[in-house]
Design a protein around this ligand. Structure first.
Ligand SMILES: [Zn+2]
Length: 409
């Protein structure tokens, strides 16, 4: 197709009008951008400006009409492409706040679990590398995912880059592997949909040179190299993995709680001790994201309740950190809050906190077990927050410890 006029126009250029005078070209390009972002009115406006510019540059009216038609086609194509990208990308931005921390995405390939998870032994099922009561025949908790390596160096050592799961801030790293069963590990604070979540990456070989506490990181940014460090177990080369957790933070006064709860015992990691980070089911989160229906607040709120407890405490840090988990109670709002009725999941995550007035509380006890979801207690017993004694359920030592940490101030 040829345009009449004194200015030749290349019609096959990705952005039409490549050889037009500069001012007109700018006008048309701006029109294309406006078409994508500002709608048709601004587009037409721009063509009027462009037409005037064109006349000044010696382009004929016929050429401009043809040019408008050609550019409109390009604009429409680009607009459709942009809309298509936004349409398909929107769920990813809105509903997939967490990315895989390595290039290993085999979780999404049906039947490829053994390519994704590193089991504890070659003959153990993949579930031993997953989240939950999966260790020691269901009696020991594993709070993260052990994600297998994909690449090694000549000596067989893992070299997979480890990446931030979401935008966030580096809050801690430990580079003295002898001080933790996590070995070298790194913690990043994220705020997802207004909710503070802490990702943890363990058994690292090294963290990215130059990365410091307080640094902002972007989702997908390389933060470390996978390794096999730990003070508790020897991780064989074949099962080299990153141990990956997504957690809620229980108490920012953890260090002072630890001093009185575990006198004489070392705490080398301040608030960033694993006991202060209660893990969420990362496998479930990543699978829900794949389905495209993930919402973090709904996910936390819809945890299966292990038990409900009443605590006579009113001003502990968790309430301020996770106000979206605090429910409304008009009686307590009117009479004043004397305690909280708290729903815990099997891993001790407090996912619903109902304020209670003095008139609603029957017992003087500091911690009162109100109810136990028995099927859940039997299905996921490994944290032993509640225990069955003499035919009835009561708070176990681990449950009391969890509540003391939660309400410590
Ligand atoms: Zn692990």
């Amino acid at each position: 197709m040829m345009l009449s006029g004194r200015v030749p126009v290349k019609l096959d250029a990705p952005w039409c009008c490549e050889s037009l005078p500069l001012r007109l070209r700018r006008g048309v390009r701006q029109a294309q951008r406006d078409a994508a972002f500002g709608g048709r009115a601004r587009l037409e406006n721009r063509f009027v400006v462009g037409r005037e510019t064109a006349f000044q540059s010696g382009v004929t009216a016929t050429a401009l009409q043809d040019l408008s038609a050609v550019c409109s086609v390009h604009v429409k194509r680009n607009l459709l492409l942009l809309l298509a990208v936004l349409f398909f990308a929107a769920p990813i931005f809105a509903q997939s706040p967490f990315q895989f921390p390595t290039a290993n995405h085999y979780l999404y390939q049906p039947g490829a679990e053994l390519k994704f998870f590193a089991p504890t032994e070659p003959d153990k099922p993949w579930t031993s590398g997953s989240f939950g009561c999966v260790r020691d025949y269901g009696h020991r908790m594993h709070e993260g995912l052990d994600i297998r390596h994909l690449q090694t160096d000549r000596r067989g050592e893992p070299t997979d880059p480890v990446m931030a799961t979401a935008d966030g801030t580096v809050v801690y790293y430990n580079l003295r592997p002898s001080l933790s069963n996590y070995g070298n590990y790194l913690v990043i604070r994220h705020v997802i949909q207004g909710i503070e979540i802490y990702s943890l990456y363990a058994h690292l070989h090294a963290i990215q040179p130059g990365l410091k506490i307080g640094d902002s990181v972007k989702a997908g940014q390389v933060i470390a190299t996978m390794g096999r460090t730990s003070n508790a177990e020897t991780i064989a080369q074949w099962r080299a993995h990153v141990h990956f957790e997504l957690n809620v933070l229980v108490n920012d006064n953890f260090a002072s709680w630890w001093r009185q709860a575990s006198p004489g015992e070392r705490n080398d990691h301040g608030e960033w001790n694993g006991q202060n980070l209660n893990g969420l089911d990362v496998r479930r989160i990543l699978l829900d994201e794949q389905k495209g229906n993930f919402n973090l607040l709904n996910f936390i709120r819809s945890q299966t309740e292990l038990c409900r407890v009443l605590v006579r405490a009113t001003d502990f840090p968790y309430l301020k950190r996770y106000p979206m988990l605090v429910l409304r109670n008009p009686v307590a709002e009117k009479e004043g809050v004397a305690g909280y009725e708290i729903s815990l999941n099997f891993n001790g995550v407090a996912f619903a906190l109902m304020p209670r007035a003095e008139s609603e509380i029957k017992s003087r006890a500091k911690y009162q077990l109100l109810s136990v979801n028995e099927p859940e207690a039997l299905a996921n017993p490994c944290r032993r927050l509640v225990v069955r004694r003499g035919g009835h359920w009561e708070l176990g030592n681990e449950g009391l410890r969890e509540l003391e940490l939660l309400t410590w101030r």
